[in-house]
Ligand binder design. Structure first.
Ligand code: ADP
Length: 400
């Protein structure tokens, strides 16, 4: 069965066409700069890359361009779009309602619309992508995979903020968590690597990309995670601050910063970028730090320190800890960052092997010592594959 996975952002649609259940990627690509005078299509098929300028005034047109590329005589991989039997959509916020992936109907669409209030930058473009795909592929089963769904198992004691209870009752203000598809994928993959069932692993999963989050996984289920109502909470990220004293906002508001200024500051100008004053990109910062840039080094040090604190906290949350798992652009590639985070954690049973760690860049592998009580693993994330799997399973229900 051909399953198309769609990740629609405000100005781009990323796509991957899978052959399921084999999980083989037939083609992948992105239509970028949607809405601009000139948009771009980047399409990879059978190991070849095709880049071209296109006109995509809106997501509907972008969807048409993607489908045309997939059936094109030269760069296409299928004969007709009716071969696509199911489409899986990444949706960022599923509120408290969705505890797993769902087949999309009017009710699901109405809910995704409702939660746009909580994810104003993400849910609206996700919805536009869903509408465009439904319109272009009316026969295909459409499935929504929520970033929040894996965290639906977090207990009240961990998801509730110590604010007046009415704030939760009235506005549903609570910890939701994000990157759920990635945390679930790497926890399950690590369980398989360690010879455990998917509900047998206790782990701390570290998704470290531009956005970063840490999750405590108990018996395969998320029981706590660092991101909260929005992706701002938690560890230090590329441009987001992560945790800080909220009174800083009142203080700066008194000094003349508007709510908009503060929102932009915390989400777009803080984190690695804010501390270093130079870059949100770990690669750049590593180079700058090697060259003697003190603030670049400080940004990396604070980044690692905060993650270490979360690992300590989540070790306390879990009865036993089998594994710490790294993923995302930083987690998969930044050898020194992994080393700094894991060094000095012997009291919680974590012992990284510097040699093994150095050898694992952008690939899967074990980086702890042979006698480390807790295994440390690198598992490249693959959210698209996880979405394709869920979509295949849910689409299968109809045909059975
Ligand atoms: P996104 O969250 O946008 O998907 P990624 O998962 O691609 O982001 O992660 C981007 C981050 O990964 C950037 O900070 C980038 O510098 C970092 N990164 C990628 N490759 C390396 C590398 N070889 N060494 C260190 N950091 C890396």
């Amino acid at each position: 069965m051909k399953v198309l996975v769609i990740n629609a952002g405000s100005s781009s649609i990323k796509y991957q066409l899978f052959e399921m259940p084999a999980g083989q990627v037939l083609a992948r690509g992105i239509v970028g700069r949607i809405g601009e005078t000139v948009s771009e299509l980047s399409h990879t098929y059978n190991g070849n890359k095709h880049k071209t300028e296109v006109t995509a005034k809106d997501h509907e047109q972008a969807m048409t361009i993607i489908l045309q590329a997939l059936v094109d005589k030269k760069i296409g991989v299928i004969d007709t779009v009716t071969q696509i039997k199911a489409v899986g959509h990444r949706v960022v916020h599923g509120g408290e309602e969705f505890t797993g992936s769902m087949r999309i109907d009017e009710k699901v669409i109405a809910s995704v619309e409702k939660y746009a209030d909580l994810a104003p930058l993400h849910n609206p473009p996700n919805l536009v992508g869903i509408r465009a795909a439904r319109h272009s592929l009316p026969e295909a089963v459409q499935v929504a995979c929520f970033d929040t769904a894996f965290h639906a198992t977090i207990p009240e004691v961990a998801f509730l903020y110590a604010l007046p209870y009415e704030i939760y009752e009235t506005y549903r203000v609570r910890r939701y968590g994000f990157h759920g598809t990635s945390h679930r994928y790497i926890a399950r993959r690590a369980a398989a690597i360690l010879g455990k069932g998917k509900y047998e692993i206790n782990a701390i999963t570290c998704h470290l990309g531009n956005g970063c989050s840490i999750t405590a996984v108990k018996q395969g289920h998320s029981v706590d995670t660092s991101m909260g109502l929005t992706p701002l909470e938690g560890v230090v990220m590329g441009t987001r601050s992560g945790d800080f004293d909220p009174a800083i906002l009142f203080y700066l508001n008194d000094k003349g910063y508007t709510v908009d200024d503060l929102n932009t500051m915390c989400n777009k100008k803080s984190g690695l970028l804010g501390i270093s004053g130079k870059s949100n990109d770990m690669r750049n910062l590593s180079e700058l730090a090697v060259g003697g840039d003190r603030r670049a080094q400080l940004a990396i040090d604070i980044f690692c320190y905060r993650i270490k604190k979360y690992i300590g906290a989540y070790t306390a949350v879990l009865d036993t800890l089998d594994a710490v798992i790294f993923t995302g652009g930083i987690g998969e590639n930044a050898v020194d960052v992994r080393n700094t985070i894991c060094t000095g954690l012997t009291q919680v049973g974590i012992q990284i092997d510097p040699e093994k760690n150095r050898a694992i860049v952008g690939c899967e592998g074990l980086v702890s010592t042979a006698d480390s009580r807790v295994q440390v693993l690198v598992v490249p994330t693959n959210e698209e594959a996880a979405i394709a799997n869920d979509t295949f399973e849910l689409a299968g229900e109809r045909t059975v």
